[in-house]
Design a binder for this molecule. Sequence first.
Ligand SMILES: Nc1ncnc2c1ncn2[C@@H]1O[C@H](COP(=O)(O)OP(=O)(O)O)[C@@H](O)[C@H]1O
Ligand SMILES: [Mg+2]
Length: 283
Amino acid sequence: MEPSRPIDPDEPVHPSQLIDMSAPPMRAVGIKTQFGPNIIHENLDFTVRRGEIVGLVGGSGTGKSVLLNTMLGLKEPEGGYVEYFGQNRNDLDAETRRYINNQMGVLFQGGALFSSLTVRENVMMPMREHTDLSAPLMRELADMKIHMVGLPPESAVLYPSDLSGGMKKRAGLARSLALDPKLLFLDEPTAGLDPVGANAFDELILGLREAMNLTVLMVTHDLDSLYLICDRIAVLVDKHIPIADSLDRVSQYDHPWVQEYFGGPRSRAAIGASDAAASRQKG
Ligand SMILES: Nc1ncnc2c1ncn2[C@@H]1O[C@H](COP(=O)(O)OP(=O)(O)O)[C@@H](O)[C@H]1O
Ligand SMILES: [Mg+2]
C-alpha cells in the first residue's frame, strides 16, 4: 500500500499504517509441511477472506491443526509462505509481526485453560503478556469478555475444574478474544459438547463475528456448524486444499472423501436440522 503522504523519517510509523487492511487477512501460498519423511502438506494454497467464517474439514490426521499452527506462525513451513493482509510473514519486522500476532486469537483443540488460575485470571493472561494496561483495567476488560461469551459474572472467580465442558469452551473463547483480535482461529471448538451446547456455541460465534467484525477460521467435524454458520468450507484432502467454496459447491465436489462425508447419514441429518432451523427463522 502506498502511503498517502511522505513518511517523515523522524516520525515513528505505527505497524497498522503499513498494513493493507483491504487485502485478504490471511493467505497460505504453496505451503509444504514435512515431519521427517512424512509429508503433510504439499502445494497447499488457501485464502481466508475478510469477515467470513470459513470451516476447514478433512479426515483425522490430514494436518488441519498443523495448518492452523502454520497460519498462526507457530510453525515454520518447509516450503511456501503465509501472508497477512497482503504481506509475506517472512518480510515483516519484529514490531509489525508482534502487531499482527496480537490481531490473532486462537482457541486450540482441547483449549486448555490454566487450571491454577481463575477464569478472569486466564482471560487476563494475554493482556499481561502483551499490553501494559493497569491491573484494574485488565480486570474490567476480562469481565467484559466473560460477559460477551455468555458466562455469568460469578464465573470470573471460578477455577476451570468448577466449569462444565461448555463453560470451559466459553472461557477459552473469552481468553482468545482478550486482545480484541481481528482473526479468530478455532480448532474443533464444539467437539465434546452435546448438540444443544454445540448449537449455542455456534450462535455465539455468529454473534461475536457481528459484534467484533471478526474473520473466523474454524476446524470442525461438526456438520451442523458447517451448515449453520460457515460461509465457505475448505477441504483438506491429498495434502492440499483443492476446493474452498459454498456448501452447495463443495458437497458436489468429485472426490471420494468429500462424497462420503457430505453424502452420509450424519450429513443428511444435519441438512434436515438446518432446514428446520431455516424454517424456524422464517417463523
Ligand atoms: N510435531 C509433530 N511431529 C511429528 N509429526 C507431527 C507433529 N505434529 C503433527 N504431526 C503429524 O502430522 C499429521 C497431521 O496432524 P494434525 O494436524 O494434528 O491432524 P488433524 O487433521 O487431525 O488436526 C499427523 O499424522 C500427526 O501425527
Ligand atoms: Mg486436529
